[in-house]
Design a protein around this ligand. Structure first.
Ligand SMILES: *Cc1c(COP(=O)(O)O)cnc(C)c1O
Length: 497
């Protein structure tokens, strides 16, 4: 199974590839520091702290430093190479935005500063909300939600508040098959029952399907545009008209903003509320669980329901307006994930009107890859895509090669795999999002690697089924790795197949 050569020590094979756990490396009595004798007799620990305690390994300082420094070189990130995960927008985040986010005036500002001592931060909040709304053609925004899912919750709370304000309660929400799992979860948290809208033959929602389902107990629809297949929901204006006619509202999941920044007018498309994932679209590195930010923007109908308090410019100063009788109130302590918003502000100002060009390049790069890969892979929806394209393993399956094998082989060929088995509506999906940052040469090299894997599937399928053989760990038993992670030396070798 495993072709890797076991290295024997530093320098013996160029690199130490098998890093022992600290528990395996430690030796009893070894220490990273020596303390002077205290000169007082040792006191007994309180009873609830007495006993054997955790079995920490004994190590000296260089052993610990080298261990963690070596592990850090195993990281693969967008600063190391292309990271084509779709549905996440793992793009390059210019370092200048990190520098700006670290400016002491922002980084050290206390959230309880009085308004007059926090004018810069308040201005940033005020302006960023206006920029975000303008980028999609809506009225106003709130920075409070802390993530995409939190933005969805915020939007659905506003929709529920709007219905209550207008004298009605509605129990259901329409959610397309292709939606991210957070959509039905957020709707359910607001007490709505999910009604699935089936995927149409062109990979998008069809107006007729919505017409069949939209009744007077349905609060509205949650639509993702572009959807999670990377396809534009061209029927959205018509669908919105229909939903509004029947007394509902329209939620847009804006996680795929990277494809449409500055190029779409959601007000015209009939959208009442949209959320952004600043950690996906606007220069916050993400992964590992955050932090992120999920601001929302609204059209005229939901404007009074936005979370509060809200900044206003009064006599040349920014102040908090707390007099918002219809607001759904606070969704976050203080002012949201301020440092993430700060990066988004820097991102928007550094691009200015060129922000449209970033979206244009992202869409161009995805279509370029789609065309290059089409001859070798099954393309379930053969249409112009937006910022990401979705293939399947249908053509490789006859050689016994699956999407997982193709993804693992990419690791041996030097690439981080794309998103696999998502969206769920497409069997064996491979979802590729190159983003606007990759050069033509890098896109070509990535496509060549996937094309090589496709031709190996026919000529030497074993090479794919055994992959990866050139990585630090071979093919993991992913279920065991997640359920029985090996975190200490005495837990056996769970997680390795
Ligand atoms: C990522 C994503 C979400 C959820 O966003 P989080 O910030 O992870 O909570 C929702 N919808 C879509 C389409 C997404 O890609």
């Amino acid at each position: 199974m495993n072709d890797r050569k076991k290295p024997t020590g530093p320098g013996a094979s160029g690199l130490v590839l098998d890093e022992p756990l600290l528990w395996e490396r430690g030796r009893p009595g070894r220490s990273g520091m020596s303390l002077v004798e205290a000169g007082t007799p040792p006191a007994a620990l309180p009873p609830d702290l007495a006993g054997p305690g955790p079995a920490w390994p004994d190590l000296c300082e260089p052993e610990v430093v080298r261990h963690y420094t070596r592990l850090s070189t195993w990281n693969f990130g967008v600063d190391t190479g292309m990271y084509p995960l779709g549905s996440c927008t793992m793009k390059y985040n210019p370092k200048i935005h990190e520098t700006l986010a670290a400016l002491p005036g922002f980084a050290k500002a206390h959230p309880l500063l009085p308004e007059e001592a926090a004018q810069g931060a308040l201005r940033l909040i005020h302006e960023l909300e206006a920029f975000l709304a303008e980028i999609v053609g809506l009225e106003a925004a709130s920075l409070q939600p802390a993530a995409g899912a939190h933005g969805e919750l915020c939007g659905m709370l506003m929709i529920a508040a709007w219905h209550r304000h207008n004298g009605g309660r509605r129990g259901k929400v329409l959610i397309p098959d292709t939606a991210h799992g957070t959509n039905p979860a957020s709707a359910a948290m607001c007490g709505f029952q999910e009604v699935k809208v089936p995927l149409g033959p062109a990979g998008r929602i069809e107006t007729e399907a919505v017409a069949r389902l939209m009744d007077d107990d349905t609060a509205g629809i949650m639509a993702t545009n572009p959807n999670t297949l990377g396809l534009f929901e061209a029927n959205l204006p018509e669908i919105s008209r229909l939903v509004h006619e029947r007394g509902g509202l329209v939620y847009a999941d804006g996680a795929n903003l990277n494809a449409i920044m500055g190029r779409i007018d959601l007000e015209k498309a009939g959208v009442d509320v949209v959320h952004y994932n600043l950690h996906k679209s606007m220069s916050t590195p993400h992964g590992g669980g955050g932090p992120g930010a999920g601001p929302v923007a609204v059209g005229k109908r939901l404007l009074p329901f936005l979370p509060g308090p809200r900044t206003v410019l009064r006599d040349g100063s920014y102040v908090w307006n707390r007099d918002l009788p219809l607001s759904i109130g606070r969704l976050h302590s203080f002012h949201g994930q301020f440092a993430v918003c700060l990066r988004a502000y820097a991102y928007i100002l550094s691009l200015g009107r060129e922000i449209r060009a970033a979206s244009g390049l992202a869409v161009l790069a995805a279509n370029y890859l789609q065309e290059k890969l089409k001859p070798a892979f099954d393309l379930p929806f053969d249409r112009r895509c937006m910022h990401e394209c979705v293939f399947t393993d249908a053509r490789q399956k006859k050689y016994g090669v699956t999407t997982l094998d193709l993804a693992k082989r990419l690791i041996d060929l030097g690439y981080h795999p794309p998103t696999i088995y998502f969206p769920l509506v497409v069997g064996g999906a491979m979802m590729i999002e190159p983003t606007e940052n990759e050069s033509k040469e890098d896109l070509d090299a990535f496509a060549d690697a996937l094309l090589q894997a496709a031709s190996e599937a026919a000529s030497d399928p074993d090479i794919l089924r055994r992959a990866p053989v050139r990585s630090f760990a071979g093919r993991l038993d992913e279920t065991a790795a997640a359920r029985r992670p090996r975190l200490t030396g005495d837990m056996g070798k769970a997680g390795h197949a």
